[in-house]
Design a protein around this ligand. Structure first.
Ligand SMILES: *Cc1c(COP(=O)(O)O)cnc(C)c1O
Length: 392
């Protein structure tokens, strides 16, 4: 079969070539140049925030956020169990200890368990929240697949217990509240820090890249300073802090500026394609297309099918391989992070739902270029296969 419908591929239908060529012509290819500043301005305008620092990856954006949040060796950071490991590894870069938290039906961190963890497992001394003699400095909140986590509840808990909120919005650029306390606010601009990623599979890409924002403009200036080797005086090489080589390059930013121009169109297409999938699977008994939080407009980056495990119990691997043979690329959700080798000895808190979702979610093709005909093919092939594999 020569048909191949990919899970998610980048889209370069705009000014990408023009701007990259321009950056090459100018000779500004590294960590200085006008495209970097331009991208930061575009993002700040789009996100209705004052200041954004472009960096090398979503992972570096998260690391910088934890540093700025004051996470030190021995501190505790609350993290989701069901996520991509890059959301958790920066905790270890700081020699801090993660505590793994469960998700709820949104696949994002469960605010009820977060609250009961803080209430029942920790002590609040009026200043800090203490867990086993360690200060709980931060919580990393991932907006999974573009779905907004319950920021109203999370900010309330974090405020009460003096915990910094690092939003991992690497999958949620463009997701915003349309209702409630945070109406008009974008994922990544509600907590203390917000991290974005422009890796090849994200809604916009710079090849590899990321950005970080904060609710205080001066804080973002400091993050940018740390990302460029912390040059207190760049002419005479004076450094008063430990810096990092985390700055985005102008070549990457040239791609990013073109991608930002297209972001609204990409989100439109993701919305439209999601609506078609919704129709295709409506009333179909073996799967449920996961929905997005009420009162928000999601960027609908990824589409997830929850397979009814009472009806179809074969391993996810069999489903994915069978679809691959039909030229359809799909993926399982991540392996749970607390079960990964570097994390098996870390603390967890009542992880239940994450275990269920880890075995029942199938992500289906969601590129912005996918055609309506392809969406029908994918849907019909999935339905046919699940009927074939259904328990009898
Ligand atoms: C992609 C991603 C990251 C990391 O971003 P990079 O740019 O690849 O470093 C972190 N967290 C989540 C949830 C992601 O999906």
């Amino acid at each position: 079969m020569d048909r191949f419908i990919p899970l998610s591929i980048p889209n370069f239908e705009g000014n990408e070539r023009k701007y990259v060529d321009d950056a090459l012509k100018q000779g500004w290819v590294s960590t200085g140049g006008a495209y970097i500043t331009k991208l930061e301005e575009q993002m700040a305008e789009f996100l209705h925030t004052d200041n954004v620092a472009a960096c090398q990856s979503g992972t570096s954006a998260l690391h910088l956020s934890l540093i700025e949040a004051g996470v030190l060796p021995g501190d505790t950071v609350i993290v989701p169990a069901l996520t991509f490991i890059a959301a958790v590894n920066p905790v270890k870069y700081q020699f801090a200890n993660p505590v793994f938290m469960d998700c709820d039906e949104s696949l994002c961190i469960d605010p009820l368990k977060l609250r009961s963890f803080c209430e029942d497992e920790c002590e609040f001394d009026g200043e800090s929240l203490i867990y086993k003699e360690s200060v709980v400095k931060a919580v990393v909140v991932v907006h999974v697949f573009g779905n907004m986590a319950d920021m109203e509840a999370i900010m309330d808990i974090a405020g009460k217990y003096h915990i910094k909120v690092v939003e991992d919005a690497t999958e949620a650029l463009g997701t915003c509240y349309t209702d409630g306390k945070y109406v008009g606010k974008f994922a990544g601009t509600i907590g203390d820090f917000g991290a974005y990623s422009f890796n090849g599979n994200k809604i916009i890409t710079t090849g590899g890249g990321g950005a970080v924002t904060s609710n205080k403009a001066e804080t973002v200036d400091h993050l940018r300073f740390l990302s460029t080797q912390a040059k207190t005086d760049s002419h005479f090489y004076v450094h008063d802090e430990i810096g990092y080589n985390y700055r985005m390059t102008n070549l990457q930013a040239a791609l990013g500026v073109a991608q930002m121009e297209e972001l609204p169109e990409f989100i439109d297409r993701k919305q439209k394609n999601y609506r078609q999938y919704e129709k295709e699977f409506e009333g179909y008994p073996f799967v449920k297309l996961l929905s997005f939080r009420k009162g928000t407009l999601s960027n609908k980056w990824f589409y997830s099918l929850e397979i009814d495990r009472d009806k179809v119990s074969v391993p996810m691997r069999d489903i994915i391989l069978a679809l691959e043979k039909k030229g359809i690329q799909t993926r399982a959700i991540w392996g749970l992070i607390h079960l990964q080798k570097p994390y098996v000895n870390e603390d967890t808190y009542r992880i239940e739902k994450a275990v269920y979702y880890a075995s029942s979610i199938l992500n289906i093709p969601c590129s912005t270029q996918i055609t309506s005909e392809e969406i029908s093919i994918v849907s019909n092939e999935i339905k046919r296969l699940l009927e074939e594999l259904a328990n009898v």
